[in-house]
Design a protein. Structure first.
Length: 403
C-alpha cells in the first residue's frame, strides 16, 4: 500500500561549521581539578557563613534562644526545672553510694554535667545526671584501686589523702577519661557506630546491672557491713556475707526501707494508671525523702534506733582538680565501655522524645556534648553522668517545652 505524503512539512536550517570555525565561536572550557592541598585549604577556610553554621552546630542553644517564647514557656520550664532538679539531687545522693563515694558528691554530678550539656546538647528533654549502671561501674573501679579491706594501689598522688579523698580522685579521673573517649568519638564522627548497638544488647546489660544494683543495696537496707571485692562472682560473695550476718540486721532500717519501697511502688503505679488524668506525675521520691528526714530528725532515730544518717554534708563547692595520670592508665579498659554505654542509653532515651515531639537529634553532637560535660564535671569531682528514664520522664511530663 502506498502512503500518502502529509501536507505538513518540517524544515531544519542550521549553519555549517568547520572544526576551526566551531572552536573559534565556542572556545573550550578548561575545568580546574582541585588537588589535595586545594581541598585542605577549602576545608579550613572560614568565612562568616561557615563560622555561623559552626557556632549553631556546636552550640544548639543559640538556635533555641532565638525562637524562645518567654511569656508562653518560661513558667512551665521553671516548674519542670525545679521538679526535675529535686529528683536529680535525690538520685545523685543515692547513686553516689553505688559509686562507693561520699553521698555529697552526688550533688556535683547532678549539677555540673547538666550545666554544660544544656549549651551543647541537641536533645530538648534529656535530664543529664547520675545513672545507676554507670555509678556501679565507677564503683567497681574505685574499689579495685582503693579497696575497703586493704591498702590502695601504688599510685603517685595518693600520699596524705584519706580513703574518701583517694576514691574521689579515682572516680573523677575515670570519668574524665570516659569524657575523652566520648569527645573523641564525636570529633571523628563515629557516633553512627554507637547508634547501631541493638536494643537487646542494651536491655540485657541494663537488666544484669539492675540485679547487681539490687544486691549492692541490700547491705544498706539491712545496715550490714559487707567486705567483698568487685569482680567475678562478687554477687555470690555479697549474698553469702549478708546471710551470714542476717541476725545482726537493724530492724529500724529494715522497717523504714520496706515502708518506703512499698509507698514508692504504690504511687508509681498510680502515676502510670492515671497518667492521662494527672497534670504531672506525683514526685513521690521528693515527698518521701522530706517526710522521712523530718521524722528521723524529730524522733532522733540515730540515737534511739541506731539508724544510719548522712549527717552534715560539706557546704559549697571544692576547687577544681586535674585527673590523676596513673589512674587514667589503670582504668582505660573500664572507661571505654562506660563511654559507650553511657551514650547509648542516653541517646536511646533522647530518641524516644525527639520522635514524640518531632525534632532532630545529632548523634555526633550528642557525643561531643556528653564528652565535654563529663570532662567538665570530673574537674569538679563529679562521677560519670548519663541520663535516667524516670528523671527524663518527669522533666517532659511536668511541662518542659520542645524548642
Amino acid at each position: 500500500m502506498m502512503m500518502q505524503p502529509s501536507a505538513q512539512q518540517y524544515a531544519v536550517s542550521r549553519p555549517l561549521y568547520s572544526e576551526d570555525d566551531f572552536a573559534e565561536e565556542y572556545p573550550k572550557i578548561t575545568r580546574h581539578h582541585k588537588t589535595l592541598p586545594d581541598h585542605v585549604k577549602a576545608y579550613f577556610t572560614c568565612d562568616s557563613k561557615r563560622a555561623k553554621n559552626a557556632a549553631l552546630s556546636l552550640f544548639p542553644v543559640i538556635g533555641w534562644m532565638r525562637i524562645y517564647r518567654i511569656k508562653e514557656w518560661l513558667l512551665s520550664d521553671m516548674v519542670s526545672g525545679v521538679s526535675t532538679g529535686l529528683v536529680s539531687i535525690l538520685q545523685g545522693l543515692a547513686f553516689a553510694l553505688l559509686a562507693e563515694l561520699p553521698v555529697s558528691y552526688g550533688l556535683f554530678t547532678a549539677f555540673f554535667p547538666a550545666l554544660l550539656y544544656c549549651f551543647l546538647g541537641t536533645s530538648r528533654h534529656l535530664s543529664v545526671g547520675a545513672f545507676p549502671v554507670l555509678s556501679l561501674m565507677v564503683g567497681a573501679v574505685v574499689t579495685r584501686l582503693v579497696p575497703n579491706d586493704g591498702p590502695p594501689a601504688n599510685i603517685t598522688g595518693f600520699e596524705g589523702l584519706t580513703m574518701d579523698q583517694q576514691r574521689v580522685v579515682v572516680a573523677s579521673s575515670v570519668t574524665f577519661l570516659m569524657g575523652i573517649f566520648q569527645l573523641a568519638m564525636g570529633v571523628f564522627q563515629v557516633g553512627f557506630v554507637v547508634m547501631y548497638l541493638s536494643d537487646t544488647l542494651i536491655s540485657g546489660f541494663t537488666t544484669a546491672a539492675a540485679i547487681h544494683i539490687l544486691v549492692s543495696q541490700l547491705k544498706f537496707v539491712l545496715a550490714l557491713t559487707v567486705q567483698c571485692k568487685n569482680g567475678p562472682f562478687s554477687i555470690i560473695c555479697t549474698l553469702e556475707q549478708i546471710f551470714s550476718q542476717i541476725t545482726d540486721t537493724n530492724v529500724a532500717d529494715l522497717v523504714m526501707s520496706i515502708i518506703i519501697i512499698l509507698v514508692v511502688f504504690a504511687v508509681k503505679e498510680v502515676n502510670d494508671r492515671f497518667k492521662a488524668k494527672l497534670p504531672a506525675p506525683i514526685p513521690i521520691e521528693v515527698i518521701v525523702t522530706i517526710i522521712v528526714c523530718g521524722v528521723s530528725y524529730g524522733f532522733n532515730f540515730k540515737e534511739k534506733f541506731g539508724v544510719d544518717v548522712i549527717g552534715q554534708m560539706q557546704p559549697g563547692y571544692e576547687t577544681p582538680i586535674a585527673p590523676n595520670i596513673e589512674v587514667l592508665q589503670q582504668s582505660a579498659v573500664e572507661a571505654f565501655p562506660m563511654a559507650i554505654i553511657g551514650f547509648s542509653v542516653a541517646f536511646s532515651v533522647a530518641k524516644v522524645y525527639s520522635i514524640k515531639h518531632d525534632y532532630i537529634l545529632d548523634g555526633n553532637q550528642e557525643l561531643i556534648a556528653f564528652g565535654a560535660s563529663n570532662m567538665f564535671g570530673a574537674s569538679f569531682r563529679s562521677f560519670a553522668a548519663s541520663t535516667a528514664l524516670s528523671r527524663t520522664a518527669v522533666q517532659e511530663s511536668t511541662g518542659a517545652r520542645p524548642r
